[in-house]
Design a protein around this ligand. Structure first.
Ligand SMILES: [Cu+2]
Length: 148
């Protein structure tokens, strides 16, 4: 009778331990799967603008949110884009971003990922104004080497 009792207790202890182990295993993938991918790159002033800052890209909701933050920027609107190419060799506009106003711009870019944007030669470029698109005031490349 006593031997049987101990046996039952041990079996229960093993069963509870097994349940605890299963719970830990199932928590693992849920915790890592919820992690977002993000990248922050430096935006460097161009043509004496004094506008320096960063662009942060974050995966989510079927696209990428791009947040530009510049110091020394005017209150007036400054057009911004993700261009093909590099800052030294800027090509066409790949994705239009919201104008930078008071140094800030937040845009949801649908249908892409941070990994895809960082894999190709792309550059984020800010222009002085809609009337003076030809003057670039800040630029940063979407590459690992430009990451902050
Ligand atoms: Cu542009």
């Amino acid at each position: 009778m006593l031997i049987l009792h101990i046996y039952k207790e041990d079996t229960m202890r093993i069963f509870v331990s097994a349940l605890a182990a299963l719970a830990l295993v199932s928590l693992g993938p849920i915790a890592t799967g919820a992690a977002t991918t993000t990248a922050t790159i430096k935006l460097n002033a161009q043509n004496g603008s004094g506008e320096n800052g960063s662009a942060t890209l974050t995966d989510g909701n079927g696209g990428v949110t791009v947040v530009i933050s510049l110091t020394g920027a005017p209150a007036s609107a400054q057009p911004a884009h993700i261009h093909d190419g590099t800052c030294a060799d800027l090509k066409g506009v790949a994705y239009a971003l919201k104008d930078v106003v008071n140094g800030s711009s937040t845009t949801s870019v649908p249908g892409t990922t941070v990994a895809a944007l960082m894999a190709k030669p792309y550059a984020i470029n800010v222009h002085e104004s809609a009337a003076n698109l030809g003057k670039y005031v800040a630029c940063g490349e979407l590459t690992a080497s430009s990451s902050m």
